[in-house]
Design a protein around this ligand. Structure first.
Ligand code: BDR
Ligand code: CA
Length: 311
């Protein structure tokens, strides 16, 4: 089993990613879930993370609250996609499991120091504020990270929050720059991948047909954010971004990409948060990320549906 920390801003697609991880205990041990401000403010993301754990029947999972705003800029949220609560689409009970007392950043630092070096994988599904703060507070931990598998950025698909930038990187580009320069091995699930795993009718009806409360919630959530995304992109179904990170841990062969240099634009107001990936190798800059470009979407949904049926 792979030990992971899920750093997240739920968000319906974050919620599905958490469920996929919790449905896969043979391969994945969730050491903790760290919430960050992103899709909605921190007070909601930490609450939503606990709601999802309880939905999965796992109130034992430790959930920590982290940073409430990006390193250098005001928080930008995405209620226009995810609704007021971040988990709009179905009314779920308020969580009864407690939020952990310690700060998410302290939990990340302590965990990486305690566990054997190279044994903990970080799975960021939101802005990179918590991870970057941990790396700058404790410079000894980045070399101990097994891998960072994150959802963020875009190359050919360019932007979803601005014409140039993907949401997670756009919200905290200074944090993203720290993470991409940390020296830790990084695998990136950009829009180039996530825009291919679309929530088409047959795929969502197959999930709904599982008939469990978890499956029902997932179908309701995707129905909700599809309203926004289908109007925007005009295709059948919406991207299911964050579960790609967990799917990569379970079935890396579903994805293909390239080991390239990725730099983050932090200056220009026009392209702030852009992930400049040297896809064609036109510079000598050091390769710092495995940047994914393609996915077997049918294989992805087969995996997701089978795993959700276990919860
Ligand atoms: C990312 O932004 C959020 O809205 C989603 O949860 C995902 O992590 C996609 O750009
Ligand atoms: Ca997210």
């Amino acid at each position: 089993t792979r030990k992971i920390i899920i750093d997240t801003d739920p968000g319906q697609d974050d919620a599905v990613a958490i469920l996929l991880a919790l449905a896969s205990p043979d391969e994945i041990e969730v050491l903790g879930i760290t919430a960050v401000a992103g899709n909605v403010p921190l007070a909601l993301t930490q609450r939503n993370a606990r709601i999802v754990c309880e939905l999965a029947g796992r109130p034992d999972i430790r959930v920590f609250a982290g940073c409430e705003k990006p390193l250098a800029h005001a928080l930008v949220t995405a209620e226009h996609v995810h609704g007021k609560t971040g988990l709009d689409g179905i009314a779920l009970p308020e969580p009864t499991m407690a939020l952990q007392d310690s700060h998410a950043v302290d939990f990340i630092i302590e965990t990486l120091r305690r566990e054997p070096s190279g044994s903990v994988t970080l799975c960021p599904l939101g802005p990179l504020t918590n991870i970057a703060t941990a790396f700058t507070t404790a410079p000894d931990i980045a070399p101990r990270v097994a891998e960072i598998v994150l959802m963020g950025g875009a190359y050919f698909e360019v932007g979803n929050i601005t014409p140039a930038a993907e949401f997670n990187i756009y919200v905290d580009p200074e944090a993203a720059e720290i993470v991409f320069r940390s020296g830790a091995p990084i695998t990136v699930m950009p829009l180039d991948v996530t825009h291919k795993v679309l929530t088409t009718r047959p795929r969502i009806e197959a999930i709904r047909a599982i008939g469990t409360p978890v499956a029902h919630a997932v179908a309701q959530w995707t129905d909700f954010f599809e309203r926004f995304d289908m109007a925007k992109y005009g295709h059948d179904g919406a991207p299911l971004h964050d579960p790609c990170v967990i799917a990569h841990l379970l079935a890396p062969d579903l994805f293909t990409g390239r080991h390239v240099n990725v730099e983050i634009e932090t200056g220009s107001p026009l392209t702030r948060g852009m992930t400049v990936a040297d896809w064609w190798g036109v510079t000598q800059r050091p390769k710092n990320a495995q940047f994914m470009g393609d996915v077997d979407a049918e294989g992805f949904y087969t995996l997701l549906t089978a795993r959700l049926a276990r919860l």
